[in-house]
Design a protein around this ligand. Structure first.
Ligand code: NAP
Ligand code: ZN
Ligand code: ZN
Length: 348
């Protein structure tokens, strides 16, 4: 065991503050990673503040982790000391059930072990995430980063990237398809870049008029202010696919009505309260309303390779860890351009 400096939430109300955690020494198939950068996902905020009602304290958030391998177990094949490695929202699963064998570890029938706040079934205790100096993980749950991408900008690909890439691929979004992205935050801006790179026509729905120019720069063909009912109605029955990344309760029906025959609204945003669906909107046009959870390990590596080939990384604002509480406050106001990334060298 060794000690690692970290930042933790002690309860739902207090600001995050310095905390020391214990990490295990790496086993034969594990790597110890010195964390260089960690992205700040809105899920970190939901969980730190117990908005989903399942948080165990103290909670060390962070699941967009990029760093350098400082120790590799003797059976590790993918990495050697000094390599860059990355870890996303999962750090283990049973590796034996149907979904695990199919590369869908996020849907493990025996319960996925998430990178923080999860019971660690293999090693005991509760998992601690990336707002820390280091992490120890099996090589099966670590991925390689494309060498041509800036490491800080690539860190958010581990959650914001895969969470948007996975449903885009599952629903075959590409050339000839009209794809919408609702909410231009961390996930949304990755959704725009990826949908564009896949060849779709991309429309951004935002509540923030000030984000229009950015949306176009990021690759959107059109931007709609979602608070403008007339502007929304112009797109009725026209979308093959809409990715809803909005983190707070909002009117789902306004988006369902925009789908054409057999179109799909995929929710990845996870507001803490239920949202009402008018089933008439599903019956007409045989529309689908569905969700998606991050993505499996193989697909995460595929997404990273895709981003490397297309030169896609996140637009980031680097912060020091002492600014994390301020960053959460700004995230709640939709004031992120478009992902905060913690420079872990600031954790002293
Ligand atoms: P984020 O950076 O805060 O972006 C969310 C965006 O939603 C905001 O920038 C804003 O965009 C819009 N928004 C926020 N409040 C709103 C409101 N009251 N009404 C309408 N729009 C609002 O968050 P994120 O990191 O992208 O995460 C988004 C959501 O996805 C979170 O709920 C997170 O927990 C969830 N998530 C899910 C998965 C998964 O696997 N399914 C993975 C990661 C994250 P505009 O300013 O453009 O309107
Ligand atoms: Zn996340
Ligand atoms: Zn499993």
């Amino acid at each position: 065991m060794f000690e690692a400096k970290a930042y933790a939430a002690r309860d739902a109300k207090s600001p995050l503050s310095p905390f020391t955690i214990s990490r295990r020494d790496p086993g034969d198939d594990e790597v110890r990673i010195k964390i260089l950068y960690c992205g700040v996902c809105h899920s970190d905020l939901h969980i730190a503040r117990n908005e989903w009602g399942q948080t165990t304290y103290p909670c060390v958030p962070g699941h967009e982790i990029a760093g350098r391998v400082t120790q590799a177990g003797k059976a590790v094949k993918k990495f050697k000391e000094g390599d860059i490695a990355a870890v996303g929202p999962m750090c283990d699963s049973c590796r034996q059930c149907g979904p695990c064998r199919d590369g869908l570890e996020q849907f493990c029938e025996n319960g996925t072990t998430f990178t923080y706040g999860s019971k660690d079934k293999r090693h005991g205790g509760i998992t601690y995430g990336g707002y820390s100096e280091s992490i120890v993980v099996s090589e099966a749950f670590a991925v390689r980063m494309p060498q041509n991408l800036d490491l800080a900008g690539a860190a958010p690909l581990l959650c914001a990237g895969i969470t948007t890439y996975s449903p885009l691929r599952f629903h075959a979004v590409g050339r000839g398809k009209k794809a919408g992205v609702a909410g231009l935050g961390g996930l949304g801006h990755m959704g725009v870049k990826l949908a564009k790179a896949l060849g779709a026509r991309v429309v951004v729905f935002t509540t923030s008029p000030g984000k229009t120019q950015d949306a176009l720069r990021l690759g959107a063909d059109e931007v709609v202010l979602s608070t403008n009912e007339d502007a929304m109605k112009k797109h009725t029955n026209s979308f093959n696919f809409i990715l809803d990344t909005v983190s707070a309760p909002h009117d789902i029906n306004a988006y369902l009505q925009l789908l054409r025959l057999d179109g799909a609204l995929v929710h990845v945003g996870l507001p803490p309260e239920p949202m009402g669906v008018d089933v008439g909107n599903l019956i007409f046009n045989r529309r689908k309303f569905t969700g998606s959870l991050i993505g499996g390990m193989a697909q995460t590596q595929e997404m990273l390779n895709f981003c490397g080939e297309h030169g896609i990384a996140s637009d980031i604002e680097i912060i020091s860890i002492s600014k994390i509480n301020e960053a959460y406050g700004r995230m709640l106001k939709g004031d992120v351009k478009y992902r905060f990334v913690i420079d872990m060298a600031s954790l002293k």
